[in-house]
Design a protein around this ligand. Structure first.
Ligand code: ADP
Ligand code: MG
Length: 335
């Protein structure tokens, strides 16, 4: 917990000093914050995996929906999710932050506390970043470095006709939480059920454990994380693999607390709402029994939601009545 207050843009040195981790978790790290660049060494039998994601105030979050702590938590979580979708282990992160004049220093520290909170879960080290001021909105860009055993990475391009399509956990939950945040803002009164949905939106849980089990299963698996919604992520797999995906409406795992909200919304939230940061993928039907058992044994829920057939890179939804082609997009909630 950082208590000391400095004016960040006036005394960047103290700020960096305050956010520098006191302990190193990963033995691969040679040199973290404090030099011109960070230095680390990953063992020879691993490939390195790296990703970056940027969140912009009033585009990806707003004061009404996210406390500073949540902004930090989520900015790191979404990147860990990308590492999970490759089957990897997250190790390090770097943070580039553009701070508007009217943002309180305390709020900036709370953003870092949010990041530390999820970094601790995965023994990740903060190893660098950049601090600038801006006349615009707050922008936070997080880079995550990780590793994956050579040859084990899970790509989107591996789907084949005959595969089953699966997702981990449940979907549409984050968008349902956001629905309540828009309705009452984050300081409003919420029931316990609503609070849980909101938490999924503010503090998404990347599926690293699931990604690791899948990577270590030694099966041909295509994998993607759900940032933009089931439809858009399924499209990415379908296009990368040059196959058609059919999703069964009745099999999409939407929790009862979400389905009970409104008639038509839950399905839309699951397909297009996004930000659940669950994993979606495909594997051979024969492998599913073994893999799903392994997932279940380790407390990861996963379910089959459809199948892969030969055809162009498209996604269809099978309803009780008919087969409808899904749209490729997710939607921007803050437009
Ligand atoms: P340089 O001029 O070499 O880029 P900086 O003064 O920008 O150095 O940064 C000093 C050290 O602090 C570097 O190790 C850098 O990675 C780290 N750093 C700077 N800003 C941040 C930040 N917002 N979050 C984490 N680390 C940071
Ligand atoms: Mg710099």
């Amino acid at each position: 917990m950082i208590k000391k207050r400095v004016n960040i843009m006036q005394d960047e040195f103290s700020f960096i000093n305050n956010i520098t981790p006191k302990k190193v978790k990963q033995r691969e790290l040679i040199c973290g914050i404090g030099d011109d660049a960070a230095l680390y060494h990953v063992e020879d039998d691993y490939d390195e995996v790296i990703c970056v994601d940027t969140m912009v105030e009033d585009v990806h979050f707003a004061n009404e929906t996210m406390a500073p702590f949540h902004i930090g938590y989520k900015a790191l979580a979404v990147n860990i999710s990308d590492i999970a979708a490759m089957g990897g282990i997250p190790l390090f992160y770097l943070v580039s932050i553009a701070i508007p004049k009217d943002w309180d220093d305390q709020a900036i520290y709370e953003i870092y506390e949010g990041m530390t909170s999820i970094a601790t879960k995965y023994d990740m080290d903060l190893i660098g970043g950049d601090t600038v001021s801006t006349k615009g909105k707050l922008v936070i860009s997080v880079t995550v470095l990780g590793k994956i055993e050579k040859g084990r990475r899970l790509l989107r391009s591996q789907a084949k006709p005959g595969d089953v399509v699966f997702v981990t956990g449940n979907v549409g939950t984050s968008a349902a939480g956001l629905h309540f945040l828009f309705e009452r803002s984050r300081n409003g009164q919420f029931s316990e059920v609503e609070k849980n949905l909101i938490k999924t939106h503010q503090m998404p849980q990347p599926q690293v454990k699931a990604g690791r089990i899948l990577a270590n299963s030694n099966c041909r698996i295509s994998l993607n994380d759900i940032s933009d919604g089931v439809a858009s992520e399924a499209y990415e797999i379908a296009e990368a693999s040059d196959v058609t995906i059919i999703i069964e409406k009745n099999k999409i795992p939407i929790i009862q607390q979400v389905t009970s909200i409104q008639e038509d919304q839950p399905l839309q939230w699951a397909l297009y709402g996004g930000e659940d940061f669950q994993l979606i993928g495909t594997m051979a039907k024969e492998d599913w029994t073994m893999v799903s058992k392994r997932l279940e044994k380790q407390g990861v829920t996963a379910s089959i939601i459809g199948k892969v057939i030969a055809g162009e890179g498209k996604v269809f939804l099978q309803t009780e009545e008919n087969l409808v082609e899904l749209k490729k997009e997710g939607y921007n909630h803050f437009k």
